[in-house]
Design a protein around this ligand. Structure first.
Ligand code: BEZ
Ligand code: FE
Length: 278
């Protein structure tokens, strides 16, 4: 393997992985090399440009902390997160569709009784949320775990405040014996994804906006059913057709009705996919 040139280097690199014992790893690394080399050839990548690319990836790594994952954000704005979800979450018709997880989930959110106010002091117009959790055959799913989280009216999640010291606008509750859930919160508003890092630089350089349409995040779990990670989006939001992370599905857009007292109400029913029998 000497004197490799632009015509034979790709095959030589692929051959170097030929002893990979794990067949899936071999498939992935082979395809990755093939596509990376094709990309470099197609755009006639210069050495200077590739050095800039490496600097960009290095800065992306440096931006990551325990509470900030810039690589996930990069995958989100490149549509790769949503592509992998779309390929792997192809549920039967009638099931609630999945969408991006996002970086603001907290494992240890507070537990609430049904009907409680999960906003816990977060800023925003009051909103009542109500619905059911059902299986594909319409059967109610009692005791399902419903985990909700959202941004406040300033577009910030509690974890984005440096010294808040307690959870806001997030909580965990259980559906009742009819599979129903209901809680108070604040209305969702559109917000920009974090732009103070390399992902923001990319969006700026490409004249893309960072906004996400208003949404509530939900994780719904019940024994015997696949875990659902999704959002419910607010109808009429001006970013529904240009979500910075490509996560909008029409079936996840609900009516958020404003009541005469200025508060809001949103109803949404979740349908879970039964787990495949072993
Ligand atoms: C979110 O909805 O919380 C989110 C999703 C992807 C990137 C940034 C934020
Ligand atoms: Fe979000």
């Amino acid at each position: 393997m000497r004197n490799l040139n632009q015509d034979n280097i790709t095959q030589a690199v692929i051959a170097s992985f030929s002893n990979t014992p794990d067949p899936r790893l071999k498939e992935i690394i082979t395809s990755l090399v093939q596509h990376l080399h094709s990309f470099a050839r197609e755009v006639k990548l210069t050495e200077e440009e590739w050095f800039k690319g490496i600097q960009y990836l290095t800065a992306t790594g440096h931006k990551c902390t325990d509470v900030r994952q810039e690589f996930i954000l990069l995958s989100d704005v490149l549509g790769l997160s949503m592509l992998t979800i779309a390929m792997n979450q192809d549920k039967p018709p009638g099931c609630t569709e999945a969408t991006v997880f996002g970086p603001f989930f907290l494992e240890d959110a507070p537990h609430y009784e049904l009907g409680a106010d999960v906003s816990n002091g977060a800023k925003g117009a009051p909103c009542w949320v109500e619905g059911s959790v059902r299986g594909l055959g319409g059967e109610p799913i009692p005791n399902a775990t419903i985990n909700v989280w959202q941004a406040d009216e300033d577009g910030l999640y509690d974890v984005q405040y440096e010294s808040l010291g307690h959870s806001q606008a997030r909580g965990i509750m259980k559906s009742d014996d009819k599979g129903r859930y209901y809680f108070k919160t604040i209305v969702a508003e559109p917000y920009p994804i974090p732009v103070d890092g390399p992902v923001g630089t990319l969006l700026g350089a490409t004249q893309r906006h960072p906004w996400r349409p208003a949404h509530l995040h939900f994780m719904v779990e019940a024994p015997g059913y696949e875990r659902l990670i999704t959002h419910v989006f607010r109808d009429k939001d001006s970013y529904l057709d240009s979500d910075a992370v490509f996560g909008v599905r029409q079936s996840l857009v609900a009516d958020w009705t404003q009541l005469p007292d200025g508060s809001f109400r949103m109803d949404y029913d979740f349908v879970l996919n039964p787990k495949a029998k072993a």
